[in-house]
Design a protein around this ligand. Sequence first.
Ligand code: NIG
Ligand code: FE
Length: 422
Amino acid sequence: MSVLIKNIKQLLQVHDHNELILKGNDMKHLSVIENAYLYIEHDTIIEYGDMEYCEGIDAEETIDAKGRIVLPAWCDSHTHTVYAGDRTAEFVDRIHGLSYEEIAKNGGGILNSAKTLQNTSEDALFTQSMERLDELVRMGTGAIEIKTGYGLTVEAELKMLKVIKRIKNESLIKITPTLLAAHAIPQEYKKDKKAYVDKIINELIPQASELNIAKYIDVFCEEGYFDLEDTERILKAAQTYDLRPKIHVNQFNILGGVALGVRYNALSVDHLEELNDADIEALKGSDTIPVALPGCSYFLGIPYTPARKIIDAGLPLALASDYNPGSAPSGNMNFIVSSACVKLKMTPEEAINAATINGAYAMGISNMYGSITRGKKANVLVTKPLNHYREIPYNFSHNPIEHVIINGQLKPMKNPEENFRI
Ligand code: NIG
Ligand code: FE
């Protein structure tokens, strides 16, 4: 199957050389070809360029993208898309004044989601998660990281991994699985957290590795959850199983998790709503990418990650949705890109770079995803008619997307009722 997209008003994120990450000032530039074409064969980007060089290309399917923008599909590097039920009751509690931390202390929060997940069958969990994923693809997500972490028992964590594996097999979009081994301390271990960390190290990580699904290890390094010592023990144990860290740090408090992550060669350190100069220094010269999650700040009303401080220090930055039932119940990357501009003061160019190529880097897949480059996977978005790519973040909460192409296959988006399964 071959597809030619012609008369593209602006083709975004074009790189002749296979860039893997954009840092600091380089993030300010978004490479664009005006009045362009893009040619895809099977699942691969074959050629692109100025419309004047398009003649003679004979494709099985041609899309006239007149007035539309084409860009790589969003790469969402931090999500908890596999979960059961919802937490709308806690949402109302927060409206009435309870904080996220207070709700968690009263046995709500992650423990609440874990209880629901433990009582949900693998099939039901799969169905619920797949429905969410279908919606995300319609909103332009073409690659996504999915974490475990709502199991809180070995058995339930393995169930989550199996569900993620089924999703990986059924969905055409790229799935990157992460074992969020230490997400919260179960009630029965409240008085003996060490015993729970031992269980993670001696049972969960080895058994999860036998399933050979997860690529990354995650820990919620935070006051009231897992401290630096717990985090280090888990990261060390995970090294033996080749699980590279992608960790939750600095959401509410600075414990030193950023430097620890860098020391263990973390692929990413995520959240960073709180961030100090020592954290910035630790990240300099490392291969670890910071990840901002503005949907979480929006929903919880906590500070936004200081993106300017990060980028202006010459560091890279990725944007992700953090899609989860407690702190960010939306995986809409169009909104994430928009809120990064409005709240993190990122330019549209920086935000689009952060949600495509840098998002792919934060999943370890930027050699194949995240830019318009010959040989990369053909996961691309065709927008509705727009005057400029700046309208993508400007028209916040609109869905700018008309078509999604995943692995070279066109998904019609005109009829929102159509619940396509990819
Ligand atoms: O990234 N911070 C830890 N984990 C999730 C929230 C989990 C929840 O509240 O269910 C997050 O925000
Ligand atoms: Fe998260």
